[in-house]
Design a protein around this ligand. Structure first.
Ligand code: ADP
Ligand code: MG
Length: 287
């Protein structure tokens, strides 16, 4: 699978028109509801998602679960317009951020990326860049002006929210690459938060981490949802049960495109699934 260029994973520079419509004063990020409406996806003529609809409510954590290859990452990339970076990729359907269509022809791709951030499986800080500069990297790319004091405050705030401040405050000028894997992932979360996204997408953010780091990220997720909507892909059923409010079970059986078999309140999905396939999956009988 081709992975997008690193700079594509960051909020991109914007035009003057974008700035007018998207700038919000610092400190005023507002979580939004993200709604996928009959989303289908293809790589060349291979259809990998079939009419997937899902509401991911503001201030909640939505977990996407299901076996490998059922289209979870593809779905996530469609939610912030990263899918279209892949040459052979196409899609149909709509994605609404509150009442705004992120695929609206009048909208630039960068508008969606700034509001809907992404954290990947493998932590991808700029390794040679300092911890401090990693956090504010998105500001520079977006040409968001901030005073030195403003940047200092933002770095402290975002590292605190990402649960990394205490460990990083005395080494802000050291390279991001010098941190442990779990710390690097929290640095990537801090970097995403610095541009005030309304939604944070996380694609198996803990699968490369040890259990202690995983716990730290889970605590961070629980704290973040007061200001940002979170959508997380995870293969870890205990994690899905611990961190999410709602849950969607994806399945692509026998080479057919991925669909959502069942979705709803996480507790109900785990304790009283309506579909036998959900029950088998959450109880570890396949996948
Ligand atoms: P998941 O995240 O659930 O494991 P993916 O979204 O990665 O699933 O993959 C869904 C399907 O799309 C799979 O059949 C996979 O092989 C295919 N796929 C994913 N990325 C690409 C790509 N860049 N080019 C071609 N096919 C791809
Ligand atoms: Mg995946």
């Amino acid at each position: 699978m081709s992975s997008p260029d690193l700079t594509d994973t960051l909020p991109q520079p914007r035009t003057a028109t974008d700035r007018k419509t998207t700038d919000r004063p610092p400190g005023r990020a507002t979580a939004a509801t993200l709604r996928a409406d009959s989303v289908s996806a293809w790589f060349a003529d291979h259809k990998v998602l079939d009419r997937v609809s899902l509401t991911m409510p503001a201030h909640q954590v939505t977990a996407l679960i299901g076996p490998s290859g059922c289209g979870k990452s593809t779905f996530l990339r469609i939610l912030n317009r990263m899918h279209e970076l892949i040459a052979s990729a196409s899609l149909s359907g709509r994605v609404m951020l509150d009442d705004e269509d992120i695929y609206d022809r009048g909208r630039r791709i960068t508008h969606a990326r700034r509001q809907i951030g992404m954290v990947f499986q493998k932590p991808n800080p700029f390794p040679a860049m300092s911890i401090y500069d990693n956090v504010v990297a998105g500001l520079k790319l977006n040409a968001i002006k901030a005073t030195r004091d403003g940047r200092d405050d933002l770095v402290e705030e975002c590292l605190t929210k990402a649960g990394l401040w205490n460990e990083a405050k005395d080494r802000l000028r050291q390279p991001g690459g010098a941190l442990s894997g779990g710390q690097q992932q929290r640095l990537c979360i801090a970097r995403s938060l610095a541009v005030r996204p309304r939604v944070l997408l996380m694609d198996e953010p803990c699968s490369a981490l040890d259990p202690t780091s995983t716990r730290r990220i889970e605590e961070t997720i629980a704290e973040l949802k007061s200001e940002v909507t979170i959508v997380i892909v995870t293969h870890n059923m205990q994690q899905a049960a611990r961190v999410s409010d709602t849950c969607a079970f994806f399945l692509a059986s026998h080479g057919t495109p991925g669909v959502i078999v069942e979705h709803g309140d996480t507790e109900a999905m785990f304790n009283l699934p309506q579909d036998e396939r959900t029950s088998d999956y959450v109880n570890g009988r396949f996948g």
